[in-house]
Write a protein that binds this ligand. Structure first.
Ligand code: ANZ
Ligand code: ZN
Length: 824
């Protein structure tokens, strides 16, 4: 009957933790703080293995930091607005609020069966009024600061989801969610002006050495800063000029056509009365329905039409035909380009298709002098040719000189462009935070006064996919009075993109019950920034960029004292089965619930942490799970076997004279502490940390053969095993800790420190000097490194005593001989 009954043990401890609010935390200025955060889940209904991995990693870090003396905040919540709830409503007739609440109930229970150290008193749910009140508050603040505006825009439209999509939600021309081809539609929409923050979002990536380089690169590319210049060209027979943006002014002598975006305001005028008028109109009309993403994709064939007009090259007065084409967009740069087919691939494809001349003006190493021999655009650096007075210059020098020439002529200037667009936040959907705005015939657009928040979602709602928000059919919702003049007015019926909810949630955990403000400055100053954020790499751009934008905005309005939300970021790998990602469509899902039922949460956690380092993909393996289960059984047996022997024993303060077998176990204990601590702290290498713990367990088995056991050493080894297991497998660690006679929880214990002397194998004696005088002799392994030697000297009790009121200015280490400590 002394078997490892994980189900009883796990339930027992989960109940105790719950009753004791074991992980509840507040500010404490006496302790260093640590904010550990995992990306909160969308409550889809059930936890999947990806969640388990994400939260198990976070839990190890949170528990490890707690045991290392930090005041650890480790919260959890629900990103609960969004499309699936509404689609479920359409499909099954379940109200989104009910569907969401039931899913949360279920998933919360599932999370609790994993034994995660969350402060549940801080739980938040973004679809509840007490939360979305402040999502609306954020909107009002952005509006007040000129960072929320409405404009008529051609937007990405998913015909199947019947909603607008942000650029970020369009993948290869298709809806990220349902994969329908995205169309374009003109609608009046709300935007957040994230572009005002483009440069800061770019520059401050430098403040984040704790982020994976690949994520920072993705953000840099998304912001897409390019330096170039803008200049005007006259158009033959017209008063208007056209302005182009180019990153390659050095290629200006190679311009053989110009391109306007089909939406460019000059197009109609230029074509009017020419032979080209009909063709231009037809093309402009056709482009209305093609999304920007499709139009600019490298795979899309370049196409366009001549407008009938000619522009004049300001360098040499050459007459250049003006075209319109699919690949030039209105909302980048100036919506007009100078086309240089020899040196730009898009222009090259276009020119070859329409038989437009191609002229080489930058002679690179492999550039054929004869343009006919080009098989693709030559985009590299080189020497300027066919470029008038500029011939012979390097293209970089030519770039500078041509910009200064255009500037001196008063027709151009150096400019910077960003690829980043303003963030379109309007959604024609019900299950989101209503945009807190009213339209009044007399007063125009009126923001809802702060005191009237939240604008509540009406409960009584009919779902009919119509392309309009379901709220447009709820009279009791949209009919209202103007807060300024009191006349009848209409509410905005669109709701906000759910990415708005997740752009600030990490600040709400700091003050989750505040009814007046999203959070007070004081707790925010204590807790922010998040010390370690953990989540999927799929959020590398969207969520992480928006959260950084909000944090900078909150800093600007003095709500926060930090400019970056997440100091360190860990992007965990995927959970694979049979080599591919676990997914419903592949039918290769392993359900966490099943695994927990069969083996227990500790085994599930251990396997996931042991099978692979956190950032790598993890291949599911039934044998691997079995192996972890067997290991925990081994731990159970050996610890319960030794339990009676060591219950009443005290660990002695020093282990001077030990028999070889005891000395070996003592060594192993401390070597394991060192290895596990370093693996967790420095690299999050949980897998190798766990192997080390497994070896310690083996050492405990080996010590069984010893007839005369050193009980002090034995107790130290058993205690250490349990302490080291606590972050990984907290239930079994607590249970065995208690069975070994300890009163307090293992989680409340200090993380063990290794004793360098215990690690001494082949010992030599080292003199420790203070200001050149020998004060102590310590024993260290002959292979002791410089750092370890310094550590050993400084942690020696006598030396600590002698230096305790002094300032250590320098430590000189002569390996194999001495350590000299310089104090003042
Ligand atoms: C002439 C040229 C010659 C260009 C050359 C490039 C290479 P990035 O780096 O992405 O900023 N461009 C400018 N506005 C555009 C628009 N609205 N739609 C499509 N293309 C546009 O790209 C800047 C370059 O993209 C600009 O420099 C322009 O082409 C084109 F050898 O001008 B370039
Ligand atoms: Zn009014």
């Amino acid at each position: 009957e002394n078997s490892y009954q994980f189900n009883l043990i796990e339930k027992k401890w989960q109940k105790i933790w719950e009753e004791q609010h074991a992980f509840q935390i507040g500010e404490d200025s006496n302790l260093p703080k640590y904010y550990a955060l995992e990306m909160f889940p969308y409550p889809s209904g059930n936890l999947h293995m990806g969640h388990v991995r994400n939260y198990a990693i976070g839990d190890v870090i949170a528990r490890f930091k707690k045991m290392n003396g930090y005041n650890v905040l480790h919260p959890m919540g629900w990103d609960s607005f969004g499309l699936p709830a509404e689609n479920a409503a359409i499909k099954h007739g379940a109200h989104p609020a009910k569907w969401t609440a039931a899913n949360i109930e279920n998933m919360r229970e599932q999370l609790k069966t994993l034994g995660l150290s969350y402060d549940w008193d801080r739980e938040l749910t973004t679809s509840q009024p007490d939360y979305y009140k402040f999502t609306q508050w954020m909107f009002l603040k952005l509006y007040e600061n000129g960072l929320a505006y409405k404009k008529n825009a051609a937007v990405n439209w998913c015909p199947s989801c019947q909603t607008v999509l942000a650029n970020e939600q369009v993948v290869d021309g298709a809806c990220e969610r349902c994969e329908a081809t995205v169309e374009k539609k003109k609608l009046s929409q709300w935007f957040f002006k994230i572009t005002d923050y483009a440069q800061r979002l770019l520059d401050d990536l430098e403040m984040l050495p704790g982020w994976p380089e690949k994520v920072k690169t993705m953000q840099r590319n998304w912001i897409g800063r390019s330096e170039g210049c803008q200049f005007d060209l006259t158009i033959e027979g017209h008063d208007e000029t056209m302005t182009v943006f180019t990153t390659r002014p050095d290629t200006i002598y190679g311009v053989t056509f110009m391109v306007l975006s089909p939406e460019h305001p000059l197009v109609e005028q230029l074509a009017a009365g020419t032979e080209q008028e009909a063709a231009v109109k037809e093309f402009v009309h056709r482009m209305q329905f093609v999304s920007d993403v499709t139009r600019t994709s490298a795979e899309t064939e370049k196409e366009g039409v001549f407008t009938g007009a000619y522009a004049i090259n300001p360098m040499n007065d050459e007459k250049i035909p003006v075209w319109i084409a699919n690949y030039v967009l209105m909302d980048y740069g100036t919506g007009a380009i100078m086309a240089v087919p020899a040196h730009d691939q898009r222009d090259f494809e276009f020119a070859r298709k329409y038989d437009i001349p191609i002229r080489v003006v930058i002679q690179g190493e492999d550039t054929p002098a004869d343009a006919d021999q080009l098989t693709q655009a030559s985009t590299g650096p080189g020497i300027m040719v066919n470029s008038g007075n500029y011939n012979g210059l390097s293209n970089e020098e030519g770039h500078r000189q041509i910009v200064s020439y255009l500037t001196s002529q008063g027709i151009g200037e150096a400019t910077i462009n960003y690829r980043l667009r303003d963030w379109l936040i309007s959604r024609q959907r019900y299950w989101g935070a209503p945009i807190p705005v009213i339209y009044c015939d007399d007063c125009g657009t009126v923001p809802i006064p702060e005191k009237d928040l939240p604008v509540l979602l009406p409960e009584d709602i009919a779902f009919r996919p119509s392309g309009e928000s379901p709220l447009t059919y709820v009279k009791s919702f949209y009919e209202t009075t103007c807060p300024v003049c009191g006349k009848k007015a209409q509410r905005e019926t669109d709701t906000m993109d759910t990415f708005v909810c997740s752009s600030w949630y990490f600040t709400r955990y700091l003050d989750p019950h505040n009814t007046e403000l999203p959070f007070e400055k004081k707790p925010a100053d204590y807790w922010m920034s998040v010390d370690q954020y953990i989540g999927g790499v799929e959020h590398a751009i969207l969520h992480l960029m928006y959260a950084r934008f909000f944090t900078k905005f909150l800093y600007d309005i003095k709500m926060l004292s930090v400019q970056e939300p997440f100091m360190n970021l860990l992007t965990q790998g995927m959970v694979l089965k049979d080599g591919s990602k676990m997914s419903k469509s592949k039918g290769n899902i392993v359900s966490p619930e099943e695994i927990i039922k069969t083996y227990g949460a500790d085994t599930a956690r251990l396997f996931i942490l042991f099978a692979s380092p956190p950032e790598r993909d993890l291949e599911w393996s039934d044998q691997g799970v079995e192996g972890c289960y067997r290991f925990l059984n081994r731990v159970w047996r050996i610890v319960t076997e030794y339990g009676d022997l060591i219950r009443e024993v005290n660990i002695p303060p020093s282990f001077a004279e030990l028999e070889p077998a005891a000395r070996k176990l003592h060594y192993k204990t401390h070597a394991t502490i060192k290895k596990v601590s370093e693996d967790i702290e420095e690299r999050f290498n949980f897998n190798t940390a766990i192997s080390a713990v497994m070896e310690l367990c083996n050492a405990l088995y080996a010590y069984r053969d010893q007839e005369e056991k050193d009980l002090g050493v034995l107790k130290e080894a058993v205690d250490t095993l349990l302490l080291l297991l606590c972050p990984f497998t907290p239930h079994i660690a607590e249970e065995l800790w208690q069975r070994c006679g300890h009163q307090e929880s293992v989680y409340s214990q200090a993380w063990p420190r290794f004793d360098p002397e215990a690690l001494v194998q082949d010992e030599i004696e080292i003199a420790v000097q203070i200001l050149g005088k020998v004060r102590e002799r310590i024993k260290v392994p002959s292979s002791c490194t410089k750092e370890d030697l310094e550590k050993a000297a400084l942690s020696n009790p006598k030396i600590q005593e002698l230096t305790k009121d002094k300032q250590i200015v320098k430590v000189i280490v002569v390996p194999g001989k001495l350590v000299n400590i310089v104090v003042k």
